[in-house]
Every structure is written in structure tokens, then in C-alpha cells.
Design a protein around this ligand. Structure first.
Ligand code: ASP
Length: 325
């Protein structure tokens, strides 16, 4: 069964997450080729619709679509008619006239991806909706950890920092647990949402037990989503919660979704240490997003002339087919 949209990580059970990361692993081979392209989504159109800043997510969705031979239109709200007052709905309806097969959407508004999925016929990928969800980040983090640790079953993963305003935290708590990991969230009480234990994770307000973690996942202070002051000062926050050489043990894997604020949630030395897999996470972003676009678009009725390329299980065949230079 193929997905219609990827709005939330909750759309995927463990088997669904495994299917996507395994497909991503097959696509990793494409990224190592001299010509990094397969014809799997030739003739398809992917629209990147970004209302918020993005470095990694937007560039990796663009690359992912291009490596699958789809056409890509990048739309950033700044510099567009959004600045002249056009609403999200009117913008989506206007751009739908170009008949995108998929819309990759990032907005500051929780739930926007669901709304857009009702306004047009394209497959919608939530690339971050306010502080709610960032499902492709969770998938690429599962992919990265599987490459490092093998299965996640029984692994202890600590997510540290501004959990309250982080869409990555929410999606990752769900995804890591679905893959069998034990998740602990840690940070100052003001940045840990009350009742978060309902998601199945443990909560700690200090890093005293951090040595028990196999994976240390750090978060940026989401200042763009804060209307008031949540910590006395960044210096004080860093003194209690910064992951640095003293707090990180050599056996632990260090992750961060980026962008990193060096000297706040992480010290420069650990960012540059071999334990940090931050660059591997960015690399994983391309192949995982290829797998997501492939799953959403190759399964639907395709304009492709190849009788086999419409089926997800035909991925190997599609990958194997080389594109002329
Ligand atoms: N890049 C991630 C996001 O868009 C994390 C962050 O911005 O801190 O949510």
C-alpha cells in the first residue's frame, strides 16, 4: 500500500518507516555515481513551497527531486505575492494551476499541511509546520542511526533542549519509539511541555543521567517561536544543558538537526568531533527525501511509459536504469 501524503510521522507504522529507510538505502547508491540521476519520476513536477527559512530541508528536497528526474519549482514566500497579502489558500490554488504532482510545504502554522492536502490534488509532504511536526527529519534521523547502530531496538536516545517549540522533537520521539528505542527528553522545565510523557518518553530536568544514553540528540533554541523569555540567559542555559566535551562520553553518538548554535546547545569541540553525525544527517536527507517522493509519486498513476516504474517494488529496476548524461 502506498501513501497519499506525508503529513505526520504518525502516518507511518514501524513497517512503513522501515520501507522508506530501506528504499533510501537503495537510493544511496545513486548518490555515489558519477551521474547522480535516475529516471524514476521523469515528467513529474515537485513544488517546494517554503514560508519559513530553510537550508538543509529545501536544498535536499530539490536535490532529491532532481536525482529522480522530476521537474522542480522552488517557491519562497519572501519575494512573492505573499508579500502583497495573498493567502496560503490563494497561493496554493494559484500554483496548483501548474499541476504539481507533489507539494513540499514548510510553514510556521501547525496543521497547514493537512489543510493544503484538502485544497488540491497534489501529494503533500510536510516539511515542517510550526512547532508541530517534521516527519522527513525523523525519517532521515532513523536512517542515520540505523547506519550507525544497526537496529534501534533497546537504544537509549536522549533529546535535549527546547522540546516545547521543536517540531523535530515531536516527530523524533514518535519515530524513535516506533523503531524500538527508549526516548528521554531533557531540558529546563519551561522548555519541556507538560504531559509530554503521554507520548511514551521519560523526562529529566538535568543531564546527571546523560552517561546512560547511547545517542545524544540536541536541539536549537527555537527563538523564532518564542514570544517571551523561557530561560534566564543563553549563558545560564549553556551552563546547565550544553553538550560539551565534559558531558559527552566517547561511546555516544551525537546528533543535531541543524542549524547549530555553537556555544549554546553544543560546544564547538563536540560539533567537530568524530562522534557527531550532523553531516551524515544532511546526506541522509537527500536519499530519504528521494524515497519519500518516490513512494508518493511512483505509486500513483504515472505519466511514465515504463510499465514497471509505477510500482514501489520496482525501485531497484528504476535505479538500475541509467540516465544519459
Ligand atoms: N531545521 C529544523 C527545523 O526546521 C530544526 C531547527 O530549525 O532547529 O525544525
Amino acid at each position: 500500500m502506498t501513501m497519499q501524503h506525508l503529513l505526520s510521522i504518525e502516518d507511518l507504522d514501524r513497517a512503513g518507516i522501515e520501507r522508506i529507510v530501506e528504499q533510501a538505502a537503495r537510493f544511496a547508491e545513486v548518490s555515489d555515481r558519477e551521474i547522480k540521476k535516475v529516471p524514476a519520476l521523469r515528467g513529474r513536477m515537485v513544488l517546494n513551497l517554503f514560508y519559513e527559512a530553510s537550508t538543509r530541508t529545501r536544498s535536499s528536497f530539490e536535490l532529491a527531486a532532481k536525482r529522480l528526474s522530476a521537474d522542480v519549482v522552488n517557491f519562497a514566500a519572501s519575494g512573492s505575492s505573499v508579500e502583497k497579502g495573498e493567502s496560503l489558500k490563494d497561493t496554493v490554488l494559484t500554483l496548483s494551476a501548474h499541476k504539481p504532482d507533489a507539494i513540499v510545504l514548510r510553514t510556521p502554522w501547525a496543521g497547514a499541511a493537512e489543510l493544503v492536502s484538502k485544497w488540491c490534488s497534489a501529494a503533500i509532504v510536510n516539511a515542517g509546520d510550526g512547532k508541530r511536526e517534521h516527519p522527513t527529519q525523523a525519517l532521515l534521523d532513523v536512517y542515520t542511526l540505523r547506519s550507525r547502530l544497526g537496529e534501534l531496538d533497546g537504544a537509549s536516545i536522549w533529546i535535549i533542549g527546547d522540546v516545547a517549540h521543536s517540531r523535530v522533537a515531536r516527530s523524533n520521539i514518535i519515530a524513535f519509539q516506533r523503531m524500538g528505542a527508549k526516548v528521554t527528553v531533557a531540558g529546563p522545565p519551561t522548555l519541556i511541555p507538560r504531559g509530554i510523557e503521554a507520548l511514551g518518553c521519560d523526562v529529566r530536568f538535568t543531564l546527571d543521567e546523560l552517561p546512560s544514553a547511547d545517542v545524544v540528540y540536541t536541539l536549537r533554541m527555537q527563538r523564532e517561536r518564542m514570544s517571551e523569555t523561557w530561560v534566564p540567559s543563553l549563558r545560564e542555559y549553556a551552563s546547565w544543558y550544553q553538550v560539551n566535551g565534559k558531558r559527552l562520553s566517547p561511546r555516544q553518538v551525537l546528533m543535531h538537526p541543524g542549524p547549530v548554535n555553537r556555544g549554546v546547545e553544543l560546544s564547538g569541540e563536540v560539533v567537530d568531533s568524530p562522534q557527531a553525525v550532523i553531516t551524515a544527517q544532511v546526506e541522509a536527507g537527500v536519499v530519504v527525501r528521494m524515497a519519500v517522493l518516490y513512494e508518493l509519486l511512483a505509486g500513483a498513476s504515472a505519466p511514465s511509459t515504463s510499465p514497471s516504474s509505477g510500482r514501489p517494488e520496482a525501485a531497484g529496476a528504476a535505479i538500475g536504469e541509467r540516465q544519459p548524461a
